[in-house]
Design a protein around this ligand. Structure first.
Ligand SMILES: [Zn+2]
Ligand SMILES: [Zn+2]
Length: 360
């Protein structure tokens, strides 16, 4: 990617960088990871050498979405078509470009057709912003499923997922979710299908949990919901090195015990709703991350903000799509997380998660 002069100067540690990004940018090059020979990050516009993505990667945001009400759900309920902050593609180009100016090099969009994600919009955003965009495939949760999920087998769904991924240059499967604390039969089938599709394509998978943070859920969400998701994906043959169990930061678990159990099984743990303080305050997320890092799991942490609310756009006075690096990373730095560890978390871990060797 060609940088403007201002971006290039900024990236070398100049005044354009926020303090947290300067920390990340200045960490020693010797710590850079080696990637598997031939590995790429499959972005919508082209395959990219992971070593060239030398800045923060946000692995779960929404640049094209209708949430919570989709077109199909509105139609079924006889309601007018819902509107979304992301309907204005020119605005999303400007906001994504602004995230790029904040240092973000690559964004994974966590939507797919059953969340009204528009692939053509994402292509325009990628081309217009200069930020690499990875698009995802899959299904969200029970209430969003198309009717034929109920009648297809897991193998048929896996076939569909692998075929669409190839045809549409999808670089991940996600977000793959569940509506409540326990997987429905259809959700279990979709998780199995996604695990099979991961095994076949090598593409990374990230999930959605129903953890409700400090809010009381009725019925309560079982603490081990994240572990149960992993059980299903692993049983279907998925490679733990390319799995991220998401929204683990929305579990009120002060010692990060569930996060640690996940990391011990080899997967990435998604602290991917940073900034969403109504579910759980960021201060609690920071404390959980410190416990997780002190237990030696830095290489298993992924950060993102699950951006899905127009109030967060810079145009509306919000922190913008890059808030993970501009607002949350500084909290970690202030809490004592070193520049080298921050770089591993924001740059190296997501590159490893996303890197795949394309099948012939
Ligand atoms: Zn989610
Ligand atoms: Zn999401």
């Amino acid at each position: 990617m060609k940088l403007t002069r201002r971006e290039a100067i900024g990236w070398l540690g100049g005044a354009a960088l926020t303090p947290a990004l300067r920390l990340v940018a200045q960490s020693p090059a010797a710590a850079r990871p080696a990637f598997e020979r031939g590995a790429v990050i499959r972005t919508l516009l082209k395959d990219v050498d992971p070593a060239s993505v030398d800045g923060p990667v946000l692995f779960h945001e929404h640049l094209s979405i209708r949430y919570p009400m989709t077109r199909a759900m509105a139609e079924a309920q006889g309601r007018p078509a819902p509107v979304s902050y992301s309907d204005d593609v020119d605005l999303m180009i400007a906001e994504t470009k602004a995230a790029g100016a904040d240092g973000v090099r690559c964004i994974v969009d966590g939507g797919h057709p059953d969340m009204d994600r528009d692939l053509e919009a994402l292509k325009r955003i990628a081309a217009g912003s200069g930020v690499h965009i990875v698009a995802s495939g899959g299904f969200y949760m029970q209430r969003n499923y198309p009717a034929d999920i109920a009648t297809k087998t897991a193998d048929q769904i896996a076939d569909d997922l692998a075929r669409d991924a190839k045809a549409q240059r999808l670089g991940a499967f996600g977000e793959i979710g569940q509506q409540g604390g326990v997987l429905t039969d259809d959700e279990r089938k979709v998780f199995t299908a996604v695990g099979k599709a991961q095994k076949r394509t090598g593409l990374p998978v990230f999930t959605h949990n129903a953890y409700s943070g400090v809010r009381v859920a009725n019925p309560p969400i079982p603490m081990d919901a994240a572990l149960k998701q992993l059980d299903v994906l692993e049983a279907a043959g998925a490679d733990v090195k390319h799995l991220a169990i998401g929204h683990v930061c929305c579990l009120d678990d002060p010692k990060a015990e569930i996060a640690q159990q996940l990391a011990k099984r080899g997967v990435f743990v998604g602290f991917d709703r940073v900034g969403i303080n109504v579910i759980i305050p960021d201060e609690k997320r920071v404390a959980m991350i410190l416990a997780f890092l002190e237990a030696g799991h830095a290489d298993h942490l992924l950060l993102s903000s699950d951006f899905a609310n127009g109030r967060g756009l810079k145009k509306n006075g919000g922190p913008g799509i890059g808030l993970t690096v501009t607002a949350f990373a500084p909290m970690l730095a202030k809490a004592g997380v070193s520049e080298a560890v921050l770089r591993r978390i924001l740059v190296d871990n997501p590159r490893r998660f996303l890197s795949v060797v394309p099948s012939a």
